[in-house]
Design a protein around this ligand. Structure first.
Ligand SMILES: Cc1cc2nc3c(=O)[nH]c(=O)nc-3n(C[C@H](O)[C@H](O)[C@H](O)COP(=O)(O)OP(=O)(O)OC[C@H]3O[C@@H](n4cnc5c(N)ncnc54)[C@H](O)[C@@H]3O)c2cc1C
Ligand code: SF4
Length: 501
């Protein structure tokens, strides 16, 4: 088996050739590399970031996220609200720091997608075998009670008490210790991120893997891609140090929905829909403060969820993130802020994400560099739905025994001390400028459509305008998946890869 090529292996210009070049090692790229390598194809998997190990990951968020997340963790969408969004630069892509929640897009979503895209294959009948195969390989299991911790169990208690359904989250883990560290990477080797699952499996089947190489431009001859031009990129400084030229018979873009349109635009593949129709699942969170200690750092990062309002576009979850990240949400300055920090052990953050119907965004390549210019207009009607979710989260918190709720919204008291006071969450209209939202589910910038006039790729992920360029990342979603996007991206990628194989 080949070893993963790393930065120190490159001494000058890098030249290579392959049958299939997969660009990006996140969930979508990982699946494609494994399937095509196992089918006997000559696969080269390219990844801009380095491989990380337990020694590179620490609970101190500013240090870990600075290294692992693009733009040092400071990436945000412009628009009426400042909306941070995180994409990883490293072997494993988003699977390195995500919460490992594996959800199949529900039937009502696939029906909507089929109608919007004109592609009838977007159905659970077609995707079920792909979902099942991935879930089996990836050890997707419902989070057991043993690693839920009080934070997750309080959410369940609150949902039960107000009569709404909830369930443990299905996650791709083996022997999860419930250390609540998914956000800064699993140091316990439990999370099955692609760097420890799909990538090694692809390599075992013969795939070559080159990290610290950025694909920058696809050079084509008419409708056929011939070569990918790029740079060797030094880890952490992200400085380009050597040229790269790779000949490929087929190119599969799995660079993520923020990077793939940038590569296409820089390659002159800037059709009407490239970069357009960017979708997010914006989220809001409140802190439930309990009298008794909750020890929220114990328990699976996101162990419980409620799909009760999913058809209304709302998904409710328990959340955990490193204290330094959550501190941004706490009110007060000086001693008051210090007192809030000391209350941490009594707090449980609950969040809601919305599948927007009216908000719109787009991604554009900047004149220089490879970071995207991201614009997103969060529509008031979607904010109103998010606030409906906050109202339900507050009900869950009180029913779970909270003594206070900290909503973290401008114009609403910092501390809501009774159910009655918390009614304001249901009555006050909050504007985009009054909230701190974040959105780590992104999709839709190279959407799938039967008719080339309506999208970028066809039902097999092939770029309409090209014979041998395919896209498999979340960019090909025709809309919001309503649930966490990773597993659905992998199922679509699996279908494309099996077709290609
Ligand atoms: C904190 C957090 C928590 C999340 N939790 C969940 C969850 O629990 N469940 C879920 O379903 N989703 C979750 N998500 C979202 C999920 O991780 C993403 O939707 C998913 O990773 C997208 O997969 P992808 O393959 O499309 O792209 P990515 O995972 O972004 O992978 C793209 C890869 O391509 C590489 N790349 C980019 N540009 C280039 C280039 N030019 N050359 C070479 N390589 C390049 C990147 O470095 C990256 O490794 C979460 C995200 C975050 C940030
Ligand atoms: S909760 Fe802890 S042990 Fe479990 S997958 Fe996340 S980081 Fe790993």
């Amino acid at each position: 088996m080949n070893a993963v090529s790393v930065y120190s292996d490159y001494k000058g210009k890098v030249s290579a050739s392959c049958d299939v070049l997969v660009i990006g090692s996140g969930p979508a790229g990982g699946v494609v590399a494994k399937i095509l390598a196992e089918a006997g194809r000559d696969v080269l998997l390219l990844e801009e970031g380095p491989p990380y190990g337990a020694k590179d990951l620490g609970q101190e968020a500013s240090d870990t996220l600075r290294r692992v997340v693009r733009e040092a963790g400071m990436r945000a969408a412009r628009g009426p609200t400042f909306m941070p969004t995180m994409q990883v630069i490293g072997l494993g892509g988003g699977t390195l720091i995500n919460s490992a929640i594996c959800m199949r897009a529900p039937d009502f979503v696939l029906d909507k997608w089929a109608e919007k895209s004109g592609i009838s294959a977007l159905s659970s009948e077609v995707l079920t075998p792909h979902f099942s195969e991935i879930e089996k390989f990836w050890n997707v299991e419902l989070t057991p009670d043993a690693v839920q911790g009080e934070r997750n169990l309080r959410f369940k208690k609150g949902c039960d008490a107000i009569g709404i359904s909830s369930q443990p989250t299905p996650r791709n883990v083996k022997n999860c210790k419930g250390s609540g560290e998914c956000f800064t990477g699993c140091r316990n080797g439990a999370k099955q991120s692609t760097d420890v699952s799909y990538v090694p499996a692809a390599m075992k089947a013969g795939a070559r893997v080159m990290t610290s190489i950025r694909a920058e431009r696809i050079v084509s001859d008419g409708k056929r891609a011939k070569t990918v031009i790029g740079s060797v990129v030094e880890p952490i400084t992200w400085r380009a140090t050597h040229e790269v030229e790779i000949e490929a018979k087929l190119v599969v873009l799995a660079a993520g929905c923020m990077a793939t349109p940038v590569i296409m635009q820089k390659s002159g593949m800037d059709g009407e829909w490239v970069g357009r129709d960017l979708g997010f699942h914006p989220g809001l969170a409140l802190m439930a403060l309990f009298e008794e200690p909750i020890h929220p750092w114990q328990g699976a990062t996101q162990g419980y969820q409620s799909l009760h309002y999913l058809k209304e576009g709302l998904k409710l979850e328990v959340l955990w993130a490193p204290p330094s990240v959550l501190a941004a949400r706490l009110p007060g300055v000086g001693h008051a802020f210090q007192a809030n920090l000391l209350d941490y052990k009594h707090m449980a953050p609950f969040d809601v994400i919305v599948a927007p119907e009216f908000s719109k965004g787009r991604v554009k390549a900047k004149r220089s560099g490879f970071d995207p210019d991201i614009y997103y207009a969060l529509d008031q009607r979607d904010i109103d739905r998010l606030m409906r979710g906050m109202g339900v989260l507050s009900d869950i918190a009180w029913a779970a025994g909270a003594r206070e709720v900290l909503p973290g919204l401008h114009g609403i008291p910092e501390r809501l001390r009774s159910r009655e006071e918390a009614q304001i969450l249901k009555t006050k209209q909050v504007k985009a400028t009054e909230m701190i939202t974040a959105a780590n589910h992104a999709f839709g910038t190279t959407r799938m459509a039967k008719d080339p006039k309506d999208g970028v790729v066809d039902e097999w992920g092939r770029v309409h305008a090209m014979d041998n360029v395919y896209i498999v990342d979340t960019g090909i979603f025709p809309g919001s998946p309503a649930v966490n996007p990773m597993l659905t991206a992998m199922a679509l990628a699996s279908r494309v890869a099996k077709h290609l194989a």
